[in-house]
Design a protein around this ligand. Structure first.
Ligand code: FAD
Length: 458
């Protein structure tokens, strides 16, 4: 390390990207100290606020992150928002390297008329509502109608549909927030249709999640087999994962109606449809239907272009959730950000300035680096790449020397930030687990920031 002590790194964001970058730095460099900052008093990003409550095994990475956070070389500093409580220029003099890993905090919009009609929600807010994201805890979606539409053909869309259709007796044993479990117990939603602008060969969800949907109790799957007529002959040419998922959809489509239980629920896939308008009822002002333009595809299956046909149809619905992706937001004027994609411009995690030169000592990791795509494993691999380039730059002596001492003093004393340590989080964690035990679930998440801070101050 340097003459002044260990290599000092600050990671902004405590999701998988932040933790895996820190993990790799601690593993590979003997004398290193990593601060992991987060705007929330609670760590782990989308592992806490995104991953579906009925997939607890996906959250096992938290155990590894916890081991790391308890190490001497690592320190979690929660309740510090970059761009809110502290600026990048204030942080950088305290470190050799700063890693931007603050994820994607907004959802993409369709950009069509009627998007703000009552009854229309974004997947980000709906997921945040059932997973306890403080800003969405009061969403209280209207689930009083029978027909729901989810716009999008990715895994998040399937998560949303699954939460709407899973028997509440199952959800009760997960860490889904009680307010959501209660609302879903009252829900009258019986049918959920997932609408995508492309065809069966372009779906973005994965086979495990699809299979799970086809096995939901008291719920049948409806897929129109006619979508597959021209696809059948292509099957043998497809790469294996694409072939398997297509075969699964095809077999479900061909067996349709087989297991439709009386009074049961159903879900299905609609292809080649782009929403062009959200239509509200002239009497109530509430959502009435989606106006869809019918598309066709041009080109080969893996680079197919969507071509609108000029034909339209209306799909009546009582609830619509758009799930067309997340987007990265700019967190400060001094934080580089592509105005179109929201991504931090970078090469292998080294951040670039406007002139496409490297900014010494500034890196990025996770969804700010790649855009909001990919599972935790993808994020991990990309985080390891960022850690590697930091190590290279450290070895070649290109990192700037820190000019200032411990940031914590500045945050607490000068900037008046009420920081949260990892052991403070562990107090919140214990509280949540205790409250969960009373209800037979793994935890009851605290959804109110003030209540979190009350536990910290106890
Ligand atoms: P995030 O996990 O979003 O972490 C970013 C962190 O930065 C957060 O803790 C946030 O609070 C913090 N932050 C944001 N802004 C600031 C700021 N200004 N200052 C300080 N801190 C800030 N992957 C799977 O493998 N399996 C799944 O089942 C799965 N389910 C998913 C479900 C949903 C709904 C979503 C959206 C994603 C899912 N993923 C899943 C993908 C996975 O969550 C991502 O790959 C991963 O979380 C990206 O990691 P990240 O660290 O870049 O972002």
């Amino acid at each position: 390390a340097s003459s002044t002590g260990p290599l000092r790194v600050c990671v902004i964001g405590s999701g998988p990207a932040g933790f895996y970058t820190a993990h790799q730095l601690v593993k590979r460099i003997d004398d290193v100290h990593v601060d992991i900052l987060d705007k929330f008093p609670v760590p782990f990003g989308l592992v806490r606020f995104g991953v579906a409550p009925d997939h607890p095994e996906i959250k096992n990475c938290i155990n590894q992150f916890t081991v790391l956070a308890r190490k001497e070389q690592c320190r979690f500093i929660g309740n510090v928002g970059l761009g809110q409580d502290v600026g990048l220029a204030q942080l950088r003099p305290h470190y050799h390297a700063v890693v931007l890993a603050y994820g994607a905090e907004e959802d993409k919009e369709l950009g069509i008329p009627g998007e703000d009609t009552p009854g229309v929600y974004s997947a980000r807010s709906f997921v945040g509502w059932y997973n306890g994201l403080p800003e969405h805890r009061q969403l209280d979606p209207d689930l009083s109608g029978e027909v729901g539409v989810v716009i999008g053909h990715g895994n998040v869309a399937l998560d949303v549909a699954r939460m709407l259709l899973t028997p509440v007796s199952r959800l009760k044993t997960t860490d889904m927030c009680t307010h959501a479990i209660e609302a879903l117990a009252r829900s009258r939603v019986k049918q959920v249709r997932l609408v995508g602008r492309r065809g069966p060969l372009q779906v973005a969800f994965t086979i495990k999640e699809l299979r799970e949907m086809t096995k939901l109790p008291h719920c049948s799957t409806l897929i129109d087999p006619s979508y597959f007529h021209s696809i059948k002959s292509l099957l043998s040419e497809l790469p294996r994962p694409r072939r398997r998922i297509t075969e699964l959809m095809l077999s479900v489509a061909e067996n349709r109606g087989d297991k439709r239980p009386a009074g049961g629920k159903e879900w299905g896939l609609s292809f080649l449809r782009s929403p062009v308008e959200i239509v509200s009822s002239p009497t109530t002002g509430r959502l009435d239907s989606l106006r869809l333009e019918i598309n066709k595809l041009q080109g080969t299956w893996d680079s197919a272009k969507v071509v609108p046909t000029g034909e339209f149809e209306d799909m009546e619905c009582d609830l619509a959730i758009r799930s067309i992706g997340y987007k990265t937001v700019r967190v400060g004027r001094d934080v580089p950000c592509d105005p179109v994609t929201g991504i931090v411009p970078n090469v292998a995690g080294r951040v670039l300035d406007r002139n496409k030169s490297y900014i010494r000592g500034l890196y990025c990791s996770g969804w700010v680096k790649t855009g909001p795509v990919g599972v935790i494993l993808t994020t991990m691999n990309k985080a390891y790449e960022t850690a590697e380039v930091i190590q290279e730059d450290f070895r070649s002596g290109t990192l700037p020397e820190p000019e200032r001492g411990d940031i914590l003093e500045k945050l607490n004393n000068e900037l008046g930030v009420d920081t949260v340590s990892f052991s403070d989080w562990e107090n919140i964690d214990r509280h949540e687990v205790r409250e969960g035990e009373k209800k037979g679930k793994p935890r009851e998440k605290i959804v109110d920031l003030t209540q979190m801070m009350d536990i910290v101050h106890k």
